[in-house]
Design a binder for this molecule. Structure first.
Ligand code: V47
Length: 365
């Protein structure tokens, strides 16, 4: 640690002292990636040992029509008349779940474009229908950006929107839409969606109403190291207040088919480091997730030694990353996830959304 210039940070971590903005930046600038990873792994093992979580989930994006013009997005279609624009009917969306009746799914993760032409009842009926088909399924739906959009469009408060969706079956919020909290970056890459304060305020309200949520960070575009660390610290500060975040999820920028396509994708080394620094800075958030669709399978597996203890899940149908050039499969089975965790020397545990263990995968899986 001394040779890596990280002795002070090592000392602080041993003393369970909180890391500062300068510490976070130092971790990003330290040449010795393995030293950073070693520190993150120690924190990971302190919390979780070798335990590594994933779930049996299904991703669904019922509409890609979107009024926002985020530069990084390859999924949204601004005009409903665009040939690639789509909005599923409620029956089409429900069929996606019906046809997986034989799968032991525990979670449905839904994200949409900001579609100005749908009534609020579409979303409430969507959730009610999913619960009618499978009452026990956990509905992790709508980013804070979508909640803010609904509130503005349907002339409600953020809290009213959340309350009505909870009444219709909403169980938790995913972490999407956080991007980078710094105003400088948001103005450039996503100027027309809700700002960082409102994103965090919606998560605060959700936590108060009893929902658990996740928080993401889109990295590898125009953000500085300070802005990455600032982002982690803002998530950490809300977690101090509410304790409602379950996982911090760094999301690697994918440059294909969007307005930032001239930028290179973040390297594997950067991805490992971002997850490691997240583990070290977000000391109060229980889980650091590598979304394998975003990181790539091999890097997600390696990240299990760089602070990561969670791999999201089976996913099965994914559009946002595949439209932006992700070369991963669109889904993995729990047996595949389990094998890759074991091959990394870790212990695979199938969880539900709230991290209750639902299946211990035997070594023969
Ligand atoms: O908010 C969009 C990101 C997010 C690109 O909560 C892109 O468990 C990279 O939030 N390159 C949606 N990223 C996905 C998301 C998520 C994923 C997995 C688990 C959870 C969870 C949440 O995807 C968006 C945006 O930040 N995104 N386009 C792109 N070209």
């Amino acid at each position: 640690m001394k040779a890596a210039g990280l002795a002070d940070i090592d000392e602080k971590l041993r003393a369970e002292e909180r890391l500062t903005l300068d510490d976070g930046v130092a971790l990003f600038n330290a040449p010795d990636l393995l030293a950073v990873g070693w520190l993150a792994n120690r924190e990971r093992e302190k919390r979780h040992g070798a335990r590594t979580y994933f779930n049996y989930n299904l991703r669904l994006e019922p509409t890609n029509v979107c009024v926002a013009s985020c530069l990084f997005c390859s999924f949204a279609r601004l005009q409903p008349s665009d040939a690639a624009a789509y909005t599923m009917s409620l029956e089409q969306a429900w069929d996606k779940l019906r046809k997986r009746a034989s799968q032991p799914l525990t979670e449905l993760h839904i994200v949409n474009g900001l579609n100005p032409d749908l009534p609020f009842d579409y979303y409430k009926d969507l959730l009610r229908g999913f619960k009618r088909i499978r009452p026990e399924i956990h509905l992790k739906c709508f980013t804070a950006v979508e909640i803010a959009f609904f509130a503005d469009l349907y002339k409600m408060t953020d809290e009213q929107v959340l309350r009505e969706l909870i009444d219709a079956g909403l169980d938790s919020l995913p972490g999407g839409g956080a991007e980078i909290f710094a105003e400088r970056v948001r103005r450039k890459i996503c100027h027309d969606k809700c700002d960082a304060d409102r994103y965090l305020s919606i998560h605060r309200i959700a936590h108060r109403l009893g929902l658990r949520t996740n928080v993401t960070m889109l990295y590898g575009h125009i953000e500085t190291m300070e802005e990455r660390v600032d982002h982690m610290m803002r998530a950490r500060a809300l977690q101090d207040e509410t304790g409602g975040f379950q996982a911090f999820i760094p999301l690697a920028f994918h440059p294909d088919n969007n307005q930032m396509r001239k930028l290179p994708a973040p390297s594997a080394a950067d991805t490992l480091r971002v997850h490691a620094v997240a583990r070290l800075m977000c000391d109060n958030i229980p889980h650091i997730k590598a979304f394998w669709i975003a990181t790539g399978v091999d890097v997600a597996q390696t990240a299990l030694w760089f602070g990561v203890d969670d791999l999201d899940g089976t996913v099965q149908e994914e559009k946002i990353y595949h439209m932006a050039g992700s070369p991963t499969p669109e889904g993995m089975t729990t047996a595949q996830l389990s094998r890759l965790v074991r091959a990394a020397g870790r212990e695979p545990l199938e969880r539900d959304t709230l991290y209750n263990i639902v299946n211990v995968h035997a070594a023969t899986c």
